[in-house]
Design a protein around this ligand. Structure first.
Ligand code: NOJ
Length: 532
């Protein structure tokens, strides 16, 4: 039976917080973060008072059993918990404690591929006649000729030859991550089973990995070489090919509709996709009423610190989304250097990250905060002998910096799984009582969203007469008029705003309340003004 949704769209009002579970808090002293560690810090995230961060929902990176070739994105059991992170009872505790605080929890679903150690693949690989043979993409052949020119996003061919059955299998990522075959209805049903498993246990939804890649061209045609490159997108995200035949195929939308039917058979659940459409204008195709509720916007995440870049990403979204689709804004995640590290130049990384925080939390759409960004955590230095990730993403996955104590208060162990960043300088304890800290800015911004309807439901409109190198926009409801003004430059800029009340500024020097108009923004200053 389809349950009618009594509360459409909680995810439209929510502020999400992404947790990389191995790096958030270690409850048992083994140097690895775990689920009980997350549970122990829920009050930090939202205790119902303005002292806490005030987020509404958590996204947990993969928590399933995995040989960790790709740090959890290579799953060997969709319905279990990696023993280093806890067990199902710990998951149940986390859900119960989060829900008590009205925090929703979504989990990572990795449906494109499994680990090569998943029993499905072990069976599939065993023989041509194995009942699971067709669960993966196997092509008989000779070792000299891969079935197509497709490249792995992690480098090299996306095909691996398996001499045991003289066949190639497809792996869009590592060779330890064979792609599942979504043309086989049994695979679709098996993944639906995993979805139901987590929804039955109380998960509020999923972040879905590689969503656009779930189905491939049935003729495995060669991809064209990429001719145009977006200078903002790193090579390892974009790849050397235009994935015309290996990704973003029209048939993927039926797979997504199937996932939507399953999640909609539960009350109030949602899905956010890791969405890399071939053309950014087509992100909205994934957000149709019977597909995903939300999809990440990587043009925005990867934009350089430049008002023109962000304006282009925002306006493309506003133009292409139409009335139904709802935007999502993210500055950092576990796959790219943290934005404060990317933006840092001549010592102004902190000021730039503050401007970006105001932008993300004041735009029309759902913000996703990456753990630690609320204290301005930077990428950690990873010595060569402590590298874990095959493609160099360890720096942005370092342990959460809770205090100036040993291991930044993350773990009592002698050694943490990844080295810690500069926790003496940047930590939660130090910022908690400082009204001008990054943490206080995030708390104030989240509070302000909650008490300012125009920031959540208001329309978005660009402000007409802003300097090119500033980003200025209106957020309006019939009853409330807000202007958000962001100076992306290292010099003061005058903005011709109508007089109003300053609700928030990133500058400690600016007094709250009324100001002189036209308003002069300091270098890298952001303000939110109520103009009526
Ligand atoms: C995207 C995930 O965010 C990334 O961490 C992972 O390596 C790939 N998908 C493959 O699952």
């Amino acid at each position: 039976m389809i349950v009618q949704n009594p509360n459409p769209g909680w995810w439209r009002r929510a502020v999400f917080y992404q947790i990389y579970p191995r790096s958030f808090a270690d409850s048992n002293g083994d140097g690895i973060g775990d689920l009980d560690g997350v549970t122990a810090h829920l009050d930090y995230l939202n205790d119902g008072t303005p002292n806490s961060l005030g987020i509404d929902a958590i996204w947990l990176n993969p928590i399933n059993p995995s040989p960790l070739d790709d740090w959890g994105y290579d799953i060997s059991d969709y319905c279990g918990i990696h023993p280093e992170l806890g067990d199902l009872a710990a998951f149940d505790r986390l859900i119960a404690q989060a829900h008590r605080r009205s925090i929703r929890v979504i989990v990572d679903l990795v449906p494109n591929h499994t680990s090569n150690q998943h029993p499905w693949f072990v069976e599939s690989r065993a023989s041509h006649s194995n009942p699971k043979r067709d669960w993966y993409i196997w092509i008989p052949g000779t070792p000299d000729r891969p079935p197509s020119n497709w490249q792995s996003y992690f480098g090299g061919d996306a095909w691996k030859y398996d001499p045991a059955t003289a066949s190639w299998y497809l792996h869009t990522f590592l060779e330890q991550q064979p792609d599942l075959n979504y043309r086989n209805p049994e695979v679709v049903e098996a993944i639906h089973g995993a979805v139901r498993f987590w929804l039955d246990r109380g998960a509020d939804g999923f972040r879905i990995d590689v969503i656009q890649g779930l189905i491939k061209d049935d003729q495995l045609r060669d991809n064209p070489v990429r001719v145009e490159r977006d200078p903002d997108i790193p090579w390892y995200a974009e790849g050397t090919q235009d994935p015309l035949y290996s990704s973003d195929r029209p048939e993927v939308h039926e797979i997504i509709r199937g996932l939507r039917r399953v999640t909609d058979s539960y009350e109030d659940r949602m899905m956010v996709g890791e969405t890399w459409p071939r053309e950014q204008e087509r992100l909205a195709d994934y957000l149709r009423p019977d597909e995903l509720q939300l999809g990440f916007n990587f043009r925005f995440l990867l934009a350089r610190y430049d008002a023109r870049r962000f304006r282009a990403a925002i306006e493309l979204t506003e133009k292409s989304f139409g009335a139904g689709a709802w935007p999502t804004w993210t500055l950092s995640n576990h796959d790219f250097p943290r934005h404060i590290s990317r933006y840092s130049q001549a010592g102004d990384g902190d000021a730039r990250a503050r401007v970006a925080a105001v932008m993300m939390l004041a735009l029309r759409g759902t913000p996703f905060i990456y753990y630690g960004e609320e204290i301005g955590m930077r990428d950690a230095e990873i010595p060569a002998d402590r590298i874990h990730d095959p493609v160099g993403r360890d720096g942005c996955r370092s342990p959460m910096q809770w205090s100036g104590a040993r291991n930044g208060g993350f773990s009592a162990s002698a050694r943490t799984w990844l080295p810690c960043g500069d926790f003496k300088a940047v930590n939660v304890a130090r910022q908690m009582s400082d009204p001008h800290s990054m943490l206080s800015l995030y708390r104030r911004l989240i509070q302000l969203r909650k008490s300012t309807p125009a920031l959540v439901e208001g329309s978005y409109r660009a402000f007409d007469s802003a300097p090119e190198d500033c980003l200025v926009f209106h957020r309006d409801t019939p009853a409330q008029h807000i202007v958000v003004a962001l100076n992306f430059t290292a010099e003061p800029r005058e903005i011709d705003l109508p007089a109003g009340k300053i609700l928030l500024s990133t500058s400690a020097a600016r007094p709250a309340g009324s100001a002189k108009y036209p308003l002069t923004l300091a270098a890298n200053e952001a303000v939110i003004v109520e103009t009526g």
